[in-house]
Design a protein around this ligand. Structure first.
Ligand code: IPE
Ligand code: MG
Length: 258
């Protein structure tokens, strides 16, 4: 992977329209449909999806992305058949066995967000090892949401805040958006600028609910195992056409309104 430090956009016109998306979050969706279309078991779709993840991480830095978050397993995915859950649980090991050395060398810092409860001890250890071995890296940040749910993360944050308040470590008056964010799994990571969902589905599915407040959304008609650098580039090109106002007004309109 050619991991360069984030560079200014090479397209001056695009740069003028919107700053480069520093943080892109992707709902990796469509593995099952990809497999079904080929008459394959869903598990093979998930394995093909891991290859897409490798390619996407490799190409993200070249597209000036600095933070990449991917949704790998949701708190709701436990309702799938046990055999499929078992395959999904095996994916982090499959991914890190193949890629952790490269991530470590390329300056990628890995963080796994989501509940550790429910994961095997082996998987918890794999996550801890990936985070520990890359803890000193800061060229690129890869967040993997695994056993993650936006509502669960918000509820867990509320629980920790309540505990700290009861213990007298914080005052209830100190609870505001900033403090709340510091209790989330994503603490310290800027909110995603762009949330991408391939596979044609147009919903958030409990992904980054808090963090998505001002994200731009791009939905793409490609199944995750077919996803490649060209699709990520297309999503970023689309992002550059958006005007982000964060609840404010366009400068020209404010002047016109006097
Ligand atoms: C994404 O692919 C992987 C996970 C959600 C864990 P899916 O398994 O959701 O694939 P589809 O949506 O059935 O095609
Ligand atoms: Mg799906």
């Amino acid at each position: 992977m050619a991991l360069a430090k984030p560079q200014p956009s090479t397209s001056a016109a695009a740069a003028a329209e919107a700053p480069a998306p520093l943080h892109v979050a992707i709902v990796m969706d469509g593995n099952g449909r990809w497999a079904k279309r080929r008459g394959l078991p869903r598990t093979l779709g998930h394995r093909a999806g891991v290859e897409s993840l490798k390619k996407t991480v490799a190409s993200a830095a070249d597209l000036n992305i600095r933070w990449l978050t991917v949704f790998g397993f949701s708190t709701e995915n436990w309702s799938r058949p046990a055999s499929e859950v078992a395959e999904l649980m095996a994916l982090p090991k499959r991914y890190f066995e193949a890629e952790l050395g490269r991530l470590e060398r390329d300056g990628v810092r890995v963080r796994i967000i989501g509940r550790r409860e429910g994961l095997s001890q082996e998987l918890v250890d794999i996550c801890a090892e990936a985070e520990a071995r890359t803890a000193a890296n800061d060229r690129f940040f890869l967040q993997i949401a695994f056993n993650y749910g936006g509502q669960a993360d918000i509820a867990d944050a509320a629980q920790r805040i309540a505990r700290d308040a009861v213990a007298g470590r914080i005052s209830p008056d100190a609870v505001n958006e900033g403090l709340f964010a510091s209790y989330l799994g994503t603490a310290g990571v800027p909110a995603p600028d762009l949330i991408v969902r391939p596979s044609g589905e147009q919903r958030l599915s409990n992904f980054m609910l808090w963090e998505a407040a001002y994200a731009e959304f791009v939905f793409q008609d490609v199944l995750w195992p077919d996803y490649g650098p060209e699709h990520l580039k297309a999503a970023i090109d689309e992002f550059h056409t958006r005007e982000r106002r964060y609840g404010g007004a366009v400068a020209d309109d404010v002047l016109a309104a006097g």
